[in-house]
Design a protein around this ligand. Structure first.
Ligand SMILES: [Zn+2]
Ligand SMILES: [Zn+2]
Length: 172
């Protein structure tokens, strides 16, 4: 995905607006494959300050995901913001992105933004009950007797820590 910047190169300080939508190829992330269910749609503003561009905005797409608890396949909306810098003579340290000519190639920046903001796993809904660890039935749609036999211990939820945090905040 490329932002044409011929005008802005001549007009430092002029804020350009960019909107585009483009299908992205699958990406590898923490041993799983991110499969896009929709094109990546970008809304961005960009401005040239004489040496480089600041580019910020929002990207939206959706992914074919699989629930980490119940294994159901579902379409997961994904949205993140970005605020990055493009320099004509970018160094290799990755502090900013490079550009040449009269366009900014933002594809790598967008892929990085997706990976940086991707959750390590997906759940079909926050309160998904998952599969029974004993008999494997889907606890969202079925009820088995296994839970009563096990001492009623709730499996540790990644949201439990967050919930504690939020409750603490409320009491302050
Ligand atoms: Zn689920
Ligand atoms: Zn069971």
């Amino acid at each position: 995905m490329k932002i044409p910047v011929a005008l802005e190169l001549k007009l430092p300080g002029h804020i350009g607006a960019f909107h585009a939508s483009e299908p992205f190829a699958d990406m590898e992330y923490l041993g799983r494959t991110l499969r896009f269910a929709a094109p990546v749609s970008v809304d961005a503003e960009y401005v040239f300050d004489g040496s480089g561009f600041s580019v910020k905005g929002t990207l939206k797409t959706s992914l074919h995901s699989q629930c980490a608890r119940c294994a159901k396949e579902f379409e997961e909306p994904f949205e993140t913001k970005f605020d990055e810098r493009f320099e004509k003579n970018a160094d290799e340290d990755g502090e900013c992105y490079g550009f040449s000519g009269e366009e900014l190639d933002v594809s790598q920046m967008l892929r990085d933004a997706i990976l940086l903001n991707m959750l390590p796993y997906s759940v079909c809904r926050p309160d998904c009950r998952g599969l029974c660890p004993v008999c494997g039935c889907d606890l969202n749609t079925a009820q088995c007797a296994c839970a009563q036999e096990a001492a009623g211990e709730e499996p540790p939820s990644p949201f439990a820590a967050l919930r504690t945090l939020l409750n603490d905040d409320k009491e302050v």
